[in-house]
Design a protein around this ligand. Structure first.
Ligand SMILES: *Cc1c(COP(=O)(O)O)cnc(C)c1O
Ligand code: SF4
Length: 352
């Protein structure tokens, strides 16, 4: 899995260098603030433990880090409780030895390999297709079902997406394109703007959906350049954010959400139900309420995809259903997400 390490670093670097090439005399000081955040991110468990005051913890694993590198921007790490080994944000990013003592789990639990219709374009469901826009992410989530996905094979940039764009243009049964990855917002706005413009030129498309953790992890990613293409898009723009815990929502995050909404985007959230992170009624209630307070509708609560190395995060279906049942009693209907599991080969995500 060392290719993931190499390709991810290259993609982050690629994003940075294409940005630099565009402006001849760009120095590192002139990088967009979010690109500087990527550059300054914490890249090892040891560094991370030092930062949160937990030096000496013996749960970390070099082998797990080699398989899937640690990557956590400081803006995110700053929201962790210092000195708390069970912090719900820390648990999402720290590479631990449990990743190797897990039993079960497969490399491609959701059948992404067989859903690829042309390089970088996946279609599993009617009307919508998913473009792997970039292999790079704002953060590395240990439970990620794409931790074994061959990112390095995914083409990026207008030239890289050419085949996928031709396929989208030729298929008038599609009315929605999902930009995913990786994280599509790891691509510079200069390039995203061209992509959005091209998608908007296909008259059968009505909606563009952006699946991203950037507004959660690096709120400064919600910059004027981004807001500009959101605002100008003919197609309705949906952001599907990925908050897992209420402690991820601070005032900078809230400011970004407000700007996205003011630019005309509709905001949804998908979470993953994770043991030790958000597997209680109280954690889900607090997250869902905070989200709807800020105009973000809880969309999906995913049962974990059983990817190799992440099964220690698993929550039983019975516990998941009991949490949802308690949420239904406590919250308005629109604040309760759909509990789903992705089953390879099914025509939609499967409600539980
Ligand atoms: C999850 C997924 C979608 C989105 O499904 P919705 O139910 O519309 O949110 C679309 N395409 C692929 C390939 C997916 O994996
Ligand atoms: S941001 Fe999304 S794609 Fe990237 S590591 Fe996290 S869950 Fe996976």
């Amino acid at each position: 899995m060392t290719e993931i390490l190499a390709s991810e670093a290259d993609l982050v670097e690629g994003t940075l260098s294409s940005f630099e090439n565009r402006v001849d005399d760009t120095t590192s000081a002139k990088r967009a603030p979010w690109q500087q955040s990527m550059k300054a991110a914490i890249r090892s468990s040891r560094q991370l433990l030092e930062y949160v005051g937990l030096v000496g913890s013996n749960v970390v694993s070099d082998a797990a880090e080699r398989e899937f590198p640690v990557f956590a921007p400081l803006e995110y790490v700053a929201r962790m409780r210092k000195g708390d080994p069970a912090d719900p944000l820390l648990s999402q990013v720290l590479a631990v030895s449990n990743e190797f003592t897990d039993v079960g789990g497969v490399e491609d639990p959701v059948g992404d390999g067989s859903a690829e219709i042309v390089p970088g374009l996946l279609q599993k469901y009617q009307r919508r297709a998913l473009l792997i826009t970039s292999g790079a992410c704002a953060i590395h989530c240990r439970y990620c079902f794409r931790r074994h996905f061959p990112y390095s094979d995914a083409p990026t940039g207008m030239r890289g997406w050419a085949k996928a764009l031709e396929a989208i243009e030729a298929d008038s049964s599609l009315d929605e394109i999902i930009l995913s990855g990786g994280d599509p917002l790891s691509v510079s706005d200069h390039v995203l703007e061209q992509l959005i413009e091209r998608l908007n030129s296909f008259s059968h498309l009505k909606r563009i959906r952006v699946h991203t953790r950037f507004p959660v992890v690096i709120p400064s990613r919600v910059c004027d350049e981004l807001l500009n293409w959101v605002q100008r898009s003919r197609c309705a723009v949906y952001f599907v954010l990925h908050f897992n815990h209420v402690a991820e929502i601070d005032s900078n995050v809230i400011a970004g959400l407000k700007q996205l909404r003011q630019a005309g985007a509709t905001l949804l959230n998908q979470s993953v139900l994770l043991r030790g992170v958000n597997d209680s009624f109280e954690a889900q209630r607090d997250l869902c309420l905070k989200l709807v307070d800020h105009h973000v509708l809880p969309y999906y609560l995913h049962q974990l995809d059983l990817v190799r190395g992440a099964t220690h995060f698993e929550v039983t279906d019975a516990q998941a259903q009991s949490i949802i049942e308690s949420l239904r009693k406590a919250l308005p209907g629109y604040a309760v997400p759909q509990l789903v599991r992705e089953i390879a080969g099914q025509p939609h995500k499967t409600p539980l």
